[in-house]
Design a protein around this ligand. Structure first.
Ligand SMILES: [Mn+2]
Length: 262
């Protein structure tokens, strides 16, 4: 199979920041402050900032942007004005981000952030390394119930039917789905919630990628291994943000390697 094209080449001298799973929500102002402050202070001066999904705890359409979302948009626009290219990816919480509908007569959220929406996954050249960027939920293939839901809620017809509902209706449905998902999580085994290694290796092999950077699992780690074919693989899992638990940081990449947090 021929490998997909590289969408972006990032020169070695360019400093790059990655984050995911900010889960911004008015109900957790401490985490929001922590995440927005880190973006403001640490992404400044970076050539690129990648936010790899679940920026928001819930996203029911671009017309549902609250004060926190407006703050993020202003902050990212300010970074962009200072020369940082900002890239957004959808996660499993904000899968309706940037989805257009005749019912939403407004600029997309990423354009309000002066950002560019990336496909999930997408392939970049990061300081000379073919790197796959993803939210990560697509590789959790052991959770078949979730994968069915994922396939459904990404269908254009499903999304358009959803966006034709009123904002209040969508918010109520979103809250129900959140409660359902939290209840489901408590019943599921730990392994089911992590990525499936063969699924990861298949995606990396198809993209000829040596490095995969993703979030979603809330299991920050740097995994290095050799696959069955002897190919060296690296997988960097970004942390989620939770001020109460003291978790969350921006991952900075410089001179071909990532810097320790802090
Ligand atoms: Mn997620």
């Amino acid at each position: 199979m021929s490998a997909p094209p590289v969408q972006l080449r990032i020169a070695r001298e360019a400093r790059v920041a990655f984050a995911s799973d900010l889960h911004l929500s008015a109900s957790d102002p401490d985490t929001a402050e922590m995440a927005l402050t880190a973006l403001h202070e640490q992404a400044r001066g970076c050539a690129h900032l990648f936010l790899l999904g679940d920026l928001f705890e819930m996203w029911v359409g671009d017309d549902g942007a609250d004060a926190l979302a407006q703050r993020l948009a202003s902050l990212l626009s300010a970074l962009a004005a200072d020369g940082t290219r900002v890239w957004l990816m959808r996660g499993n919480r904000d899968f309706l981000l940037d989805v257009r509908s005749p019912h939403l007569n407004m600029a997309t959220f990423s354009s309000r952030c002066t950002a560019t929406l990336l496909d999930d996954p997408c392939l970049i050249d990061l300081h000379g390394v073919r790197t796959l960027l993803a939210h990560g939920d697509a590789y959790c293939t052991d959770d078949t119930v979730y994968q069915q839901w994922r396939a459904t809620c990404r269908q254009p017809a499903w999304q358009q039917a959803m966006l034709s509902r009123s904002l209040a209706e969508r918010e109520a449905l979103g809250r129900q789905a959140r409660e359902h998902s939290e209840a489901g999580k408590r019943e599921q085994s730990d392994a089911l919630m992590d990525v499936n290694l063969p699924a990861v290796e298949a995606a990396m092999e198809a993209a000829h990628a040596a490095l995969l950077i993703h979030g979603h699992t809330h299991r920050p780690a740097l995994h290095r291994w050799q696959d069955a074919g002897g190919t060296e693989r690296t997988r960097l899992v970004l942390p989620d943000w939770d001020a109460g638990a003291g978790r969350g940081h921006l991952t900075l990449w410089q001179d071909g390697t990532h810097l320790p947090p802090g």
